[in-house]
Design a binder for this molecule. Structure first.
Ligand code: 9MR
Length: 362
């Protein structure tokens, strides 16, 4: 994906902010986390780093007080959006930058939130010193091992789930050759990453995480085969997660429960880790009431899938306000992908999630 920088548009059309699928009054004033069943964590990405760096606003998590208030009130799980990625936390070979990640972990602790660590082995957002360096295979392996022990070790006991391997297969179900670790060291490195992470924090649940796995297909088949293989080798793999970056261009994720169930059947945990639902914006940039209703049903379909599968204990949306969404930066004609407008007023999707959580079996 390439960077297309476009400042976020500020809007909160009052006529469209009113709920259509469900009503504000039924749980008015209550938060998502407060109505959710106790076994289910409700999470969000915590905005900072990545695309935010090029936007005309200061670091959201650090400086936006109203943002922090909503973050603390609505969610009981937090995923650093970029702050634990290699380029951010390990910017030079012999220097780590823990400050921003530490601040999120502290905030989470103060607000009764667990943290999802993201991520340890990925093809993207790696620092230049790693991408452009010349290393022997033995050195590369040592670099990965030492990174995992350092980062996972630092947050030992403070991370509920780690996305150990992120987006390792392409759409054809083949290992991604742009992943430096897989390309240089072979896919066997994935098992090592899980073993090292487990050694560094034996209580953290270790996940495979990807997008494009919301419908059955070769990519899901590849993950299922890998999961079986790792489990047979007694590798400490604990979970499979669907990111669920959805676009209303491609239809509702109505087979997601079936996909998650396949991993549940292997004895794994499952999770939704990065849900958002983008749409083509009409001229003027304001979604129609009908689009917002459709968006709410997509959000509900994903939550229902998680609720239907026993092992799904973590449901995370990739940001809660359009003000900071990655979507318009990467897809310039699409947007409005989150559950709140720029000023944190709620969209129908928010109320639908809250009603669905309140009605869920406990
Ligand atoms: O939301 C993240 C954005 O700030 C970064 O610029 C971008 C760079 O790749 O990554 C975004 O988060 C991604 C996540 O880490 C992995 N799954 C896809 C997410 C959206 O691109």
């Amino acid at each position: 994906m390439s960077f297309v920088v476009q400042p976020a548009q500020a809007h909160s059309p009052s006529s469209l902010g009113s709920p259509s699928l469900s009503s504000e009054s039924s749980h008015s004033g209550k938060s998502l986390r407060s109505v959710a069943p106790r076994y289910l964590r409700i999470g969000t990405a915590v905005a900072g780093g990545g695309h935010h760096v090029d936007q005309p606003y200061p670091d959201p998590f650090t400086y936006d007080k109203p943002y922090r208030k909503v973050l603390a009130k609505e969610f009981n799980s937090a995923s650093p959006e970029n702050q634990m990625k290699w380029e951010f936390i390990h910017p030079e070979r012999n220097r780590y930058n823990f400050g921003p990640a530490d601040a999120i972990v502290r905030f989470a602790r103060e607000n009764g939130q667990v943290v999802r660590g993201h991520t340890l082995l990925w093809h993207s957002q790696n620092p230049a010193w790693l991408n452009e360096g010349t290393f022997t295979k033995a050195e590369l392996r040592q670099i990965l091992k030492s990174h995992i022990f350092t980062v996972v070790g630092r947050y030992k006991g403070k991370i509920q789930q780690w996305d150990v391997a992120n987006e390792i297969f392409n759409e054809n179900g083949e290992y991604r050759q742009e992943n430096i670790w897989i390309r240089e060291l072979g896919p066997g490195i994935i098992a090592d990453a899980f073993r090292w992470a487990h050694e560094a924090d034996p209580r953290a649940k270790l996940f495979l995480n990807d997008y494009g796995v919301e419908w059955p297909g070769v990519k899901v088949d590849a993950y299922e085969a890998l999961a079986k293989q790792l489990l047979a080798q007694r590798v400490p793999l604990h979970g499979f997660a669907s990111q669920a970056h959805l676009s209303m261009r491609y239809g509702a994720p109505d087979q997601l429960a079936g996909v998650l169930q396949r991993f549940d059947n292997l004895g794994l945990e499952t999770a939704i880790t990065e849900l958002d639902v983008r749409m083509d914006l009409p001229e003027g940039g304001v979604p129609t009431a009908e689009q917002l209703t459709t968006q709410a049903t997509y959000y509900k379909t994903v939550l229902d899938a998680c609720l239907a599968v026993d092992s799904c204990h973590s449901f995370t949306i990739w940001g809660f306000t359009d003000k900071y969404s990655w979507v318009p930066v990467f897809f310039p004609t699409e947007g409005a992908a989150t559950v709140m407008w720029d000023d944190f007023t709620r969209k129908p999707a928010y109320y639908t999630l809250r009603d669905t959580l309140a009605r869920a079996l406990r």
